[in-house]
Design a protein around this ligand. Structure first.
Ligand code: ATP
Ligand code: MG
Length: 427
């Protein structure tokens, strides 16, 4: 067994014989004394070597992996007020030198270089902080929904046809057939919700969007819910509570990481978030001279402008033109051009979209035709609602998008451990 204690614990256990292990951040040589700054997942400690016979025969370099047995002592020289006095130093593995990326906080290598060497980049305190926060987003999302009666479901990722009818599908050979990578868990969340009532999933999806943008990837993770006996307003209320829960958890448990990312002032939006209708938003933009007409989608710069015009970090844009949303969005009975759909804008970008879905087969057929799609191609989907499907609604949050806003990143590639974009397939 590999017996060692984490550095943060070793720092407290003054005077005990302990073994610690980690990576060499840097070494410093004085005439009669040497120092190693050692890092593990819990922190850093200075190792002070007065007996030079203990030093490994080869010089230590950055990111060498070592195991050190010794004791922590109080120190008035070391920054942390303690230092570690070794009696034995073992080198477990050497690192090639020089390192291909800078992993100290002071200087940052180019993003492309960092992504090429992602496994090393994870040792950079900023990169590390992004993914510790992302982990918290995932765990608090799961925690909130589990505690509120939702069950987690696992949709398939290989599917036989487009769930949204869009062109952004990657096709793959599947034995004698052609299959596709899922662009959304849409059908599966609806099929589970109309029986389990309250479901959620965290799942990868793929979109063959051709253009590289700072806010789009070709593979992302979506955090989705779907709920029966619900309309758009019901699930907007769930969304604002989930978002506030996630942000509160991060504020409470990731203060160190937020500080490293200079996001310590992360604000928790007040519930209820403002609901701005699509039509109001179009008017707001037109009033300041933006080129946009009723029926258009908002561009990414316009989403940002809307945040300023609305004056809230988080708000909903609701009641969209049917033409801008998927065929399964429920139209208003008295105004079928408008559907019960919403986007959540957070930090000036869409982080989530949702709708009340159509649960009536005949209406689905009608809307498919209205969209220029052939209901015949969707008969499997429509059939799911032919056996007592309650009214239902749901939404999807993009994990990398929400991570971007919380961590203050401007390029979404920072927020995917191994991003996939038009050019990048490795690592
Ligand atoms: P956008 O208009 O921003 O391209 P969308 O409306 O096509 O996104 P949806 O189908 O509504 O996306 O997906 C739900 C959520 O998934 C989005 O709000 C966003 O957070 C995330 N998302 C969708 N596509 C991408 C992508 N290509 N890259 C990163 N995140 C995405
Ligand atoms: Mg959307």
């Amino acid at each position: 067994m590999f017996d060692r204690v984490y550095i943060d614990e070793a720092k407290k256990r003054i005077g005990e014989k302990l073994t610690i292990a980690g990576w060499v951040i840097r070494t410093r040589d004085l005439a009669k004394i040497k120092f190693i700054l050692l890092r593990d997942k819990s922190g850093e400690i200075q190792i002070t070597i007065k007996d030079l016979n203990l030093m490994p025969s080869e010089n230590l370099g950055r990111e060498d992996v070592v195991k050190v047995t010794g004791e922590t002592v109080q120190s008035n020289i070391a920054n942390a007020g303690v230092e570690f006095i070794p009696e034995k130093i073992d080198v477990l593995n050497k690192s090639k030198q020089p390192l291909p990326v800078d992993i100290t906080q002071q200087t940052q290598s180019e993003l492309e270089t960092r992504l090429n060497w992602r496994f090393l980049d994870f040792r950079n305190p900023q990169t590390r902080s992004i993914f510790i926060i992302q982990n918290k987003i995932l765990s608090s999302f799961r925690e909130y929904l589990t505690n509120n009666g939702y069950i987690e479901f696992q949709p398939p990722c290989i599917i036989s046809s487009a769930s949204e009818g869009g062109a952004e599908l990657f096709s793959i050979p599947y034995f004698e057939k052609k299959a596709f990578l899922a662009q959304s868990p849409q059908l599966y969340k609806q099929m589970t919700a109309i029986s389990f009532e309250k479901v959620f999933t965290i799942t990868p999806i793929w979109r063959a969007e051709k253009f590289n943008t700072p806010t789009h990837l070709n593979e992302i993770r979506q955090m989705d819910i779907e709920q029966a006996f619900a309309d758009d307003e019901t699930v907007m209320q769930v969304l604002e509570k989930v978002l506030v829960h996630i942000l509160t958890e991060i504020k409470e448990t990731c203060s160190e990481e937020l500080k490293i990312l200079k996001q310590e002032n992360l604000e928790i939006p007040k519930i209820p978030f403002r609901r701005v209708t699509y039509t109001e938003a179009i008017q707001m933009l037109q009033n300041i001279g933006e080129q946009i007409v009723w029926g258009d989608d908002f561009t990414k710069p316009q989403e940002k402008l809307l945040m300023e015009l609305v004056g809230e970090k988080a708000f909903f844009l609701k009641d969209w033109p049917g033409a801008q949303k998927a065929f399964y969005a429920m139209p208003y009975e008295n105004n079928p051009d408008v559907v019960k759909a919403f986007d959540c804008i957070y930090g000036g970008i869409e982080i989530s979209s949702g709708t009340q879905r159509i649960h009536i087969p005949e209406l689905l057929r009608e809307r498919l035709k209205f969209k220029g799609l052939d209901p015949e191609d969707f008969e499997n989907y429509i059939e799911a609602f032919a056996y007592g499907a309650p009214p239902h609604a749901g939404w999807s949050i993009g994990l990398e998008r929400i991570t971007m806003i919380i961590t203050g990143m401007t390029n979404i590639r920072e927020c995917a451990m191994f991003p996939r974009d038009r050019e990048r397939l490795t690592p």
